[in-house]
Design a protein around this ligand. Structure first.
Ligand code: T4K
Length: 348
């Protein structure tokens, strides 16, 4: 395949290599090193949030957030998401409860109907970088006393009414996986304005240590290493949004309403078409060397073990059948986009 959906953004080679040399010279490789601290500071300032806790990946970030909030019972979330949203919770003994989407996001009205005394938290996803119904979730959270943990895996660099996503709910969890808009090879971050929560997340990501030889609670190893942070630091000033925005507009000119819309606050990293002939389009794209991805197919509720019960999620089913993510980023040219669009238009 010559064009891949999710092909990583990479930094200027020399920037990264400079960091690598310094890391090796210093022999400070991990355990809250200076580059991790610097990345956390820059990210917190960029997002306008008090605390950023860098982690090894977003899956562990979600788990630490859940543990640090002492969540128990059920967590309400969309099924139309990457399986990690559900697995992260299930793996630590919480029960995902899937609620249908409205548009591409968790439907707040259905969430409110699904809240019971067992509900530990709501986990909405800013799917493809578009903010979900933040005001409604804030209202529901306060009304029912249920915390909201945002799965912001896709939303780094995105804003909502001019405010960066990052300081919402009890906390937010970003992914810095290689396939994301901004990456640290593998990585992620928990962001929050709650200082106590941030402190607990920091402890939990490092085995519950508060000092040499002093452990105060159960923790895990979710630390980001220096080399991962160096990748992030090297990528921070790359013009990623501008490239993606231009690509998106080119796609939009070609595909019009077939394309899921983005507003100007987006990072434009997810170019998603919706068509009844999704599988055929993907097949035809593969023939010209283009790997498009069927995010998110099938819905998580159709994967084991979640498929052991019946779920009524008609909008999720529809989207899972119809959506296809197309390649973007700096490795995709305008001509590539036109060629991809020709196939999409022909077979949609
Ligand atoms: N919540 C949500 C909503 C998420 O979408 C995710 C992750 C998470 C939570 C959890 O975040 P992390 O724990 O991962 O930080 C990928 C990613 O592994 C995953 O991070 C991401 N979402 C998900 C949407 O996609 P795959 O299995 O579909 O990726 P894969 O290996 O098929 O790669 C996609 C494409 O990118 C391929 O076309 C090849 C290309 N690629 C990939 C990698 C890794 C490259 O060209 N180079 C590379 O290094 O899961």
């Amino acid at each position: 395949m010559r064009l891949l959906t999710g092909r990583p953004n990479v930094p200027d080679e020399y920037k990264l290599l400079h960091h690598v040399t310094k890391i090796l010279e210093s022999r400070r490789l991990t355990n809250n090193g200076p580059r991790v601290c610097q990345l956390e500071e820059i990210v917190a300032a960029y997002l306008g949030v008090r605390h950023c806790v860098a982690v090894a990946n977003a899956t562990l970030g979600l788990q630490i957030a859940a543990k640090a909030l002492d969540l128990t019972g059920e967590v309400i979330m969309p099924s139309w998401t990457f399986v990690a949203t559900a697995h992260a919770m299930k793996w630590i003994g919480l029960e995902p409860i899937f609620v249908d989407v409205r548009g591409r996001h968790l439907d707040p009205a259905l969430v409110e109907d699904a809240i019971t005394e067992k509900t530990g938290a709501i986990v909405p996803v800013h799917t493809f970088g578009a903010p979900c119904d933040i005001d409604e979730f804030r209202y529901i959270s306060e009304k029912h006393g249920v915390p909201v943990v945002y799965d912001s895996a896709h939303a780094f660099g995105c804003s909502y009414n001019g405010n960066m996503i990052g300081g919402l709910g009890a906390c937010e969890v970003f992914s810095f996986h290689a396939t994301k808009f901004f990456n640290t090879f593998e990585g992620g971050a928990i962001t929050t304005n709650d200082s106590d929560l941030a402190e607990r997340c920091r402890r939990m990501r490092n085995f519950g240590f508060v000092d040499y030889d002093i452990v105060v609670e159960v923790g895990i190893n979710a630390k980001m290493s220096e080399i991962h942070a160096a990748m992030g630091l090297s990528l921070l000033d790359a013009p990623l949004v501008a490239v993606n925005r231009d690509n998106y507009h080119r796609y939009r000119e070609n595909l019009g309403e077939l394309l899921m819309p983005h507003d100007e606050g987006s990072n434009f990293w997810y170019v998603v078409v919706e068509t009844d002939n999704r599988d055929k389009v993907a097949e035809e794209l593969a023939k010209i060397g283009v790997l498009a991805r069927k995010y998110f197919h099938p819905g998580v509720h159709r994967m084991p073990p979640y498929d052991q019960r019946e779920w009524d999620l008609p909008n999720t089913e529809r989207l899972a059948r119809r959506t296809l993510c197309l390649p973007t980023g700096p490795t995709v040219s305008k001509d590539d986009i036109d060629e991809i669009c020709e196939v999409v238009l022909k077979w949609s």
